[in-house]
Design a protein. Structure first.
Length: 102
């Protein structure tokens, strides 16, 4: 059984000095944050299973999901983001508490 190797080329614009190790670290750091954010959106809002398909709708939902995720993350309770989202859907007082902290 063979192993397939994939290569991907990405172009970046940066004012960092031409230091390969530093550029690699900066790139990996950026993508770690980006991947973590998208993972949270998928787990909390099920974005990968969304049936929204038109460009404008996808973009609008991405903005709304990002705003909602940030609001949920600012809540200091120990519940998971998924639990906080469910609680906000079921408890108007909790929802109001979340929205007034913004």
């Amino acid at each position: 059984m063979g192993t397939q190797v994939y290569h991907e080329i990405a172009d970046y614009i940066s004012n960092l000095p031409a230091n390969a190790a530093q550029l690699l670290q900066a790139t990996r750091h950026h993508w770690a944050i980006e991947n973590s954010f998208h993972w949270m959106l998928d787990v909390t809002f099920g974005e990968d299973h969304s049936r929204i398909r038109t460009e404008e709708s996808v973009e609008n939902m991405a903005v709304l999901s990002s705003i909602a995720l940030n609001i949920l993350k600012h809540d200091t309770s120990k519940s998971s983001l998924h639990q906080k989202r469910f609680r906000a859907a079921m408890d108007n007082d909790f929802l109001l508490q979340l929205l007034t902290r913004v």
